[in-house]
Design a binder for this molecule. Structure first.
Ligand code: TYD
Length: 212
């Protein structure tokens, strides 16, 4: 089974992934946890190129780099893990590309779809937990990183995080649209709920869907 987590930066995906991995492992389920971009030697190098704040990258270049990282991860790690019956939990997958490069950067959906289908080898998550949060809230959470909101420089921000509040508003709208178009796969969670409440919701939803 492939479980993905999506949401804008700061929505709390990593915390929920950690809690879920712990819970599933306790149940004796073998879990592989991965994040995008990254997860193989080459994909981690691509991650460094993508997030280095001093790099200037065109929108298409950015799309292709995220997709190259994904192609490596899918072929080297995800497909073998799924084939051996493991549960794969992925911090971001192709919905991030649709939201960030499609809605955020404005790349045409037909272009995205063909590149996504090649880079994923056609793999689709069984379930996607989308942690919904307004960009303003996300920025408040990153207290030392509030400068996106204030629009001045902060050395702590990576290249994507420097894209500005308007960009993040488009990305969030993108996620809401993607979710509406994929109601069977997407589970929307209010990221403002307490961590323990979100964790319980995720576990309950998975109990319904996990085999056995
Ligand atoms: P990361 O530090 O992993 O962010 P987070 O903890 O929020 O997941 O950085 C990944 C960044 O790359 C994040 O800003 C989202 C962005 N991204 C895209 O723009 N397109 C993509 O296809 C993926 C996978 C990530």
């Amino acid at each position: 089974m492939l479980i993905t987590f999506e949401g804008i930066d700061g929505a709390g995906k990593s915390t929920q992934i950690k809690e879920l991995v712990h819970a599933l492992t306790e149940q004796g389920i073998e879990v592989v946890t991965l994040r995008e971009p990254g997860g193989t030697v080459v994909a981690e190098k691509i991650r460094l190129i993508l997030l280095e704040s001093s790099h200037e990258i065109s929108s298409i270049g950015e799309l292709l780099l995220f997709s190259a990282s994904r192609a490596e991860l899918v072929q080297e790690v995800i497909i073998p893990a799924l084939a051996s019956g493991k549960t794969v939990i992925l911090d971001r997958f192709f919905d991030s590309t649709t939201a960030y490069q499609g809605y955020g950067r404005g790349i045409q959906m037909e272009v995205l779809q063909s590149i996504i289908s090649v880079s994923t080898c056609g793999i689709t998550p069984d379930v996607t937990f989308y942690l919904d949060l307004e960009p303003e809230e996300a920025l408040k959470r990153k207290s030392s990183k509030t400068s996106i909101l204030l629009e001045f420089d902060d050395e702590e921000l990576d290249r994507m995080e420097r894209s500005g509040l308007e960009f993040y508003r488009k990305v969030r709208q993108g996620y809401l649209d993607i979710m509406q178009r994929n109601p069977d796969r997407f589970v929307c969670i209010n990221a403002l709920d307490p961590v323990s409440v979100i964790h319980s919701k995720i576990k309950a939803l998975l109990r319904e869907r996990l085999p056995g």
